[in-house]
Write a protein that binds this ligand. Structure first.
Ligand code: EPU
Length: 421
């Protein structure tokens, strides 16, 4: 298992230069899954070269899709005439996005079987919203010991109220409805930009999806799409991660190839801590020379503060003068990483599974840690760079799942991180 050795700056600001943002993980994974909706082929550009993208390709290949790499970041997907309907158990268990394949396979082949999806351990992560919707569309859901088996001879359009505005459920049901004859309406949808990007791409390929990016999405479906091209937009969570790293360790570090308007909540929170933020159309420049101010950070669905950046932002709060409060409202297991930050010297009180206070500023000291999930892993890497002394971060695979060659890219702007296999 690979690990990172991080040489901390001990609070000095040492990163400078240009840090470009790669394509969005949570966008590209859904576009890969959309290959099931196509008859001929799908081309995908600007894909980030991350573990979750490779896992999704493995899973699709196992289902019968032929995938060619046509350039460093471009793939061509050629769907089979008939898909295998059982998702590979081990691969599906290894990442959450495997769930988005279920609806499209069900709508195309009339049956699908799959295990409960795995992925980052950040809460219970149920799939009831998906299952309830499949039932409303005429499917029969059976739960065996290891897998769910869902059958629907003919799926029917439906009016579906999502009891939780789940991002992947919105995307999965939108894609499913593309293959279901008639008009399906989804209420209480998530509004994350990745949903709008997915709908825009499917519409260009011939689908009829309206309202994506709002809470009500309607889909007129019934036909396979012929062929399509998806240009992966920049990753807003990577842009936000880099902004946080820049606030803590940057001096004239320019974050480029991003869309700052998609992370307004993050940039406003940075401003609230006292950081000067300059936003261009596709770049961010931060200046954090003064002491940080404490804030209350409450995670919310888009356009609120993204839960994915709560862990990285907590490192700024350890350096703020006074008491900050973190209120994680989306996932119930997403504060567990704080015990490691505490062991680095931070003053943290975990009030309950959703709330923690952080008193600062405190000197963080390098130590050995194990990355529990993707974003907490990034938080540990950030804490390691801020800390005095060296840190070791185990289970780097969790970071590789969502950040492409993170150590090479950070080293290129002045970090000192070694990957040891
Ligand atoms: N939920 C249910 N029932 C369901 C589905 C979700 O109760 O059937 C609950 C969840 O337990 C959670 C809330 O709904 O409390 C929101 O979860 P959501 O389903 O929206 O999360 P997701 O779709 O599984 C995506 C991203 C996550 C990101 C969340 C929230 C992908 C592949 N993943 O997950 O990204 O945290 O939305 O924005 O798009 C990450 O990139 O590190 C990551 C975890």
């Amino acid at each position: 298992m690979a690990k990172f050795l991080v040489n901390g700056f001990g609070g000095k600001r040492c990163l400078s230069g240009t840090l470009p943002v790669r394509g969005a993980k949570n966008s590209v994974l859904k576009a890969q899954a959309a290959s099931i909706l196509f008859k001929k082929e799908l081309r995908l550009n600007n894909a980030p070269l991350i573990e979750d993208v490779f896992r999704m390709n493995n899973l699709l290949e196992d289902l019968g899709v032929k995938i060619d790499r046509i350039a460093k970041r471009s793939f061509k997907f050629i769907p089979p005439r008939e898909f295998k309907t059982a998702l590979d158990y081990e691969i599906s268990k290894s990442f959450r996005s495997s769930i988005v394949l279920t609806g499209p396979i069900l709508a195309r082949e009339g049956v699908v079987s799959f295990p409960h999806p795995g992925g980052c351990v950040i809460g219970q992560r149920p799939i009831d919203v998906f299952l309830d919707a499949f039932k409303k569309m005429g499917a029969v859901v059976k739960r065996g010991k290891r897998v769910y088996v869902i059958e629907a001879k003919k799926m029917k359009p439906a009016e579906i109220f999502l009891k939780t505005p789940s991002v992947t459920a919105t995307e999965t049901l939108m894609m499913t409805a593309v293959l279901v004859k008639g008009k399906t309406v989804l209420y209480n949808c998530a509004c994350e930009p990745e949903i709008e990007a997915l709908a825009g791409f499917l519409n260009k390929a011939g689908a009829d999806i309206r309202g994506a990016g709002t809470h009500t999405v309607s889909v007129h479906g019934g036909e396979l799409l012929s062929s399509g091209v998806f240009d992966t937009p920049p990753d807003r969570i990577e842009a936000g991660s880099f902004a946080i790293i820049s606030a803590l360790c940057g001096k004239d570090l320019k974050i480029t190839q991003c869309e700052p308007r998609q992370i307004r909540a993050v940039l406003e929170s940075l401003r609230a801590t006292g950081v000067a933020v300059e936003e261009g159309r596709n770049y961010i420049l931060l200046n954090a020379r003064a002491a940080f101010r404490p804030i209350t950070l409450k995670t919310r669905e888009y356009p609120g503060f993204p839960t994915d950046l709560q862990a990285p932002f907590s490192i700024i709060l350890t350096q703020a003068k006074g008491r900050s409060l973190i209120f994680e409202t989306v996932f119930e297991g997403r504060l567990n990483y704080l015990s490691d930050i505490q062991r680095m010297g931070a003053e943290i009180i975990l009030c309950d599974p959703h709330r923690a206070t952080i008193d600062g500023p405190t000197l963080l000291r390098g130590r050995e840690m194990e990355s529990p999930d993707l974003r907490a892993g990034l938080a540990f890497l950030t804490a390691g760079m801020v800390a005095k002394g060296d840190s070791v971060i185990h289970n780097v695979y969790n970071i590789d799942r969502g950040y492409e060659n993170i150590e090479e890219r950070l080293n290129a702007v002045g970090a000192d991180i070694k990957r040891v296999n």
